[in-house]
Write a protein that binds this ligand. Structure first.
Ligand code: NAG
Ligand code: NAG
Length: 406
């Protein structure tokens, strides 16, 4: 039986770093193995994984323009959608925040914005997701680690769930198809399904609550290799189908939704405040900014630098002052000391005296948007004196822009 390759611990600064086993490139795809295989490199039993996401509006959780993480689940029987749960109570850790603070602070920081408990108790939600689902993932078993250090497998679970969620930007995928939160418009199941399928490649399980409000998405995968370092292959849904009606689906705005910059201050008082279903300020797409301010860059759930006068991203030094001028059509234009700002023919933000027709941006209450989307990109995160061009078309690093009035 072809098994995994054992990898010797990586030697760093005189210490042996714990690491999980390295899986062979020929490890089978989960749910597709034809012979038995090492369960450190093949999820078994249960090789069908789901990255599940919430759209909570009452109370709202997370940023108003993003779905939030529910979890990473493992389905046992593709036929009936059943799953194992709480497989190892001895590893049902009750200190997820401390574990991540010590081992993966940027993952923790991201989770504090995007992995929110509807009752305001994120730690207990994370403990529940890990204990119920994470401890059932065979490749995260302590025996799959060389020089195992207690809790490191939970770090891998949270790291991987976050990175999968980051690869599934449901809000942008829906809004690219014109499916945006609204208190008045309703959507058909087929429109939502085709918007998501066209991006993901496979159908997605689309769930609604009893009021026909869209509130959960399940993205389905098989995995080749381990959950911690293998390849997730999108696949068709299994289990119970969508719980949404075929027409009349509501996709409500998140009134009072937190923003990236204030997410960690969300209180239980906010979480328990009943939300009015008619909140006119959040239904108007777009909005104008005016006056002077900084354009801060948010990436990986945290602020990292800002935009400088030429329109590029810089992570050290002083932010440029921009002037926002309402355009009269609901949006605004931006000007820096270099000149007016526009999205150039190479899809990059550029501010220069040679710009004659500035681009009209909008403000969604949290981020600066271009063409209705808050998604901007860069080829890499700049450091030192390096600047990075900011693009409106997909690239390696995703970022968003916030406005800090001065
Ligand atoms: C797949 O691998 C698991 C784990 O080794 C094994 O128990 C199962 O029987 C295998 N399935 C097939 C069809 O051989
Ligand atoms: C978390 O709790 C586990 C035991 O449940 C312990 O082994 C570990 O050291 C704790 N980690 C931190 C960072 O407190």
């Amino acid at each position: 039986m072809a098994a995994r390759y054992l990898l010797l611990g990586v030697v760093t600064a005189g210490c042996v770093t714990a690491t999980s086993v390295t899986c062979s490139a020929s490890a089978p795809l989960s749910c597709h193995n034809t012979t038995s295989y090492d369960t450190c490199c093949l999820n078994y039993p249960g090789g069908h994984l789901l990255q599940t996401q919430f759209w909570d509006t009452n109370p709202a959780t997370g940023p108003s323009d993003s779905w939030t993480i529910h979890g990473l689940w493992l389905i046992l029987s593709p036929g009936d959608g059943t799953y194992d749960s709480s497989c190892d109570p001895s590893r049902a850790y009750t200190n997820i925040t401390q574990i991540l603070q010590a081992a993966a602070p940027s993952t923790l920081q991201y989770m504090q914005t995007y992995w929110k408990d509807i009752n305001g108790n994120d730690e207990s939600f994370w403990e529940h997701e890990w204990g119920k689902h994470g401890t059932c993932i065979s490749t995260l078993n302590p025996s799959c680690y060389i020089n195992y250090q207690p809790t490191q497998e939970a770090v891998d679970f949270f790291d991987r769930t976050v990175s999968m969620f980051q690869s599934l930007p449901s809000y942008s995928w829906l809004s690219a198809a014109g499916i945006v939160p609204s208190t008045t418009t309703t959507y058909t199941l087929s429109a939502i399904q085709s918007a998501l399928t066209s991006k993901f490649g496979y159908a997605v399980t689309i769930n609604c609550n009893s009021n026909n409000e869209l509130n959960e998405l399940w993205y389905h995968y098989n995995v080749q290799g381990s959950v911690q370092s293998g390849t997730f292959e999108p696949t068709s849904p299994v289990g119970s189908g969508s719980t949404c009606p075929s027409t009349g689906i509501k996709y409500l705005p998140k009134p009072g939704g937190t923003t990236v910059t204030t997410a960690t201050t969300m209180t239980t008082a906010t979480a328990s405040t009943p939300v009015s279903s008619a909140s006119p300020t959040t239904t108007a797409p777009g909005g104008a900014l005016s006056g002077k301010g900084y354009l801060n860059v948010i990436t990986g759930g945290a602020q990292k630098g800002c935009i400088i006068s030429s329109g590029t991203w810089y992570t050290t030094g002083t932010c440029a002052t921009f002037t926002a001028t309402p355009s009269g059509s609901g949006g605004f234009t931006l000007t820096s000391s270099k000149g007016k700002c526009a999205i150039s023919s190479s899809n990059a933000l550029t501010c220069s005296s040679s710009v004659t027709s500035p681009t009209v941006f909008t403000y969604d209450g949290t981020y600066v948007d271009y063409a209705g989307s808050s998604a901007f990109y860069a080829a890499s995160v700049p450091s030192g004196t390096t600047q990075a061009a900011v693009y409106t078309t997909p690239n390696t690093v995703s970022l968003k822009l916030t406005w800090q009035a001065i």
